[in-house]
Design a protein around this ligand. Structure first.
Ligand code: IPE
Ligand code: IPE
Ligand code: MG
Length: 246
C-alpha cells in the first residue's frame, strides 16, 4: 500500500516569482574592449559604469539580495598591470558609489579575503560595510578576492579550531561558517558573456540555484537583459529533488 505523501511546503512548487537573491558572474569586459580595439581596462571601466543601472533595476524588481562576482582568487593569475588596474578600479567604484548607495538604503557586504589586497582598499571596503551596516534596503554582497573553495576551506578550519565533535558537523554548521551566513542561497545565478561555468563562485550556496547565461558582455547587460533573466527565472519550476505537483 502506498504511503501517504508527506505534506509539502506550499512554496515548494509554486511559481517562483521574483528571485530573492540574484548572484551575477560579471564576465566579458575584456572581450567587450578588444572588439572595440580598446585596452582590457577600458572594458573593466565600462563594466563598472554598468553597476548602478543593473542594481537599480534589480532593486526595483523586488530582489532583496544581489551578489556580484568582482574578483576571484584565480584572477590574481592575470598580468600585474591588469590586477593593479582592477584593484584601483574597485577603489574608485567605492569612492564614487557608496554615498549614493547609502542614500538608497543599500547595505554593502563583502565576501572574500581582505588580507591580500592593498591596505587602503581593505580599509575602504571595511568602511563601506560599516557605514551601511544599519541600512534596511537591498543587500549588496561584493565578492572580491573571493573563491568558493577557499571559503569552504576557511569554514572547515574554523570548525576544526572550535573543537566540535564529529557528529556535531552538519550542513548548518558549515553554512554558519561561510563568509555571510545570514544571506540566503542565490535563487538565480546569471553569467554574462556566454560561458557556462561557475568559475569557483558560491560553490556551496549554488547547490539548487537556477542558472542563466546570456551572450551579452557585462558592459552591455542592460535593463532589457535584466528583465529577460528575471522572466526566464519565473518560468523555471524548482523541484529541489522532489516531484512536481499533479
Ligand atoms: C570579467 O571580465 C571581469 C573580471 C574577471 C574581473 P573578463 O576580464 O573576464 O572579460 P573576458 O572574459 O576576458 O572577456
Ligand atoms: C569569473 O570570470 C570571475 C569574475 C567574473 C570575477 P573569469 O573570466 O575569471 O572566469 P574564467 O577564467 O573564464 O573561468
Ligand atoms: Mg572572463
Amino acid at each position: 500500500m502506498a504511503r501517504a505523501a508527506p505534506e509539502r511546503s506550499a512554496s515548494l512548487h509554486a511559481d517562483p516569482g521574483a528571485p530573492r537573491h540574484v548572484a551575477i558572474i560579471m564576465d566579458g569586459n575584456g572581450r567587450w574592449a578588444s572588439e572595440r580595439g580598446l585596452p582590457r581596462l577600458a572594458g573593466h571601466r565600462a563594466g563598472a559604469d554598468n553597476l548602478q543601472r543593473v542594481l537599480r533595476t534589480l532593486d526595483s524588481s523586488g530582489v532583496g539580495f544581489v551578489t556580484l562576482y568582482a574578483f576571484s582568487t584565480e584572477n590574481w593569475n592575470r598580468p600585474t598591470a591588469e590586477v593593479n588596474g582592477l584593484l584601483e578600479l574597485m577603489r574608485s567604484v567605492i569612492g564614487d558609489c557608496v554615498e549614493e548607495l547609502h542614500q538608497r538604503k543599500v547595505r554593502i557586504r563583502h565576501l572574500g579575503e581582505l588580507d591580500n589586497i592593498p591596505a587602503s582598499l581593505a580599509d575602504a571596503t571595511r568602511e563601506a560595510v560599516e557605514r551601511t551596516a544599519r541600512n534596511t534596503g537591498l543587500n549588496l554582497c561584493v565578492a572580491f578576492d573571493y573563491g568558493g573553495r577557499s571559503e569552504v576551506v576557511r569554514a572547515v578550519r574554523r570548525i576544526v579550531a572550535s573543537g566540535v565533535s564529529e557528529d556535531e558537523v552538519t550542513e548548518q554548521l558549515i553554512r554558519d561558517n561561510l563568509y555571510l551566513p545570514d544571506v540566503p542561497d542565490p535563487d538565480l545565478i546569471i553569467r554574462t558573456a556566454g560561458e557556462q561555468r561557475l568559475s569557483n563562485f558560491l560553490i556551496w550556496q549554488a547547490a539548487y540555484s537556477e542558472y542563466y547565461q546570456t551572450p551579452a558582455y557585462w558592459p552591455d547587460f542592460d535593463d532589457v537583459e535584466v528583465e529577460r533573466a528575471l522572466n526566464e527565472f519565473k518560468r523555471r519550476r524548482r523541484r529541489f529533488g522532489a516531484l512536481p505537483e499533479e
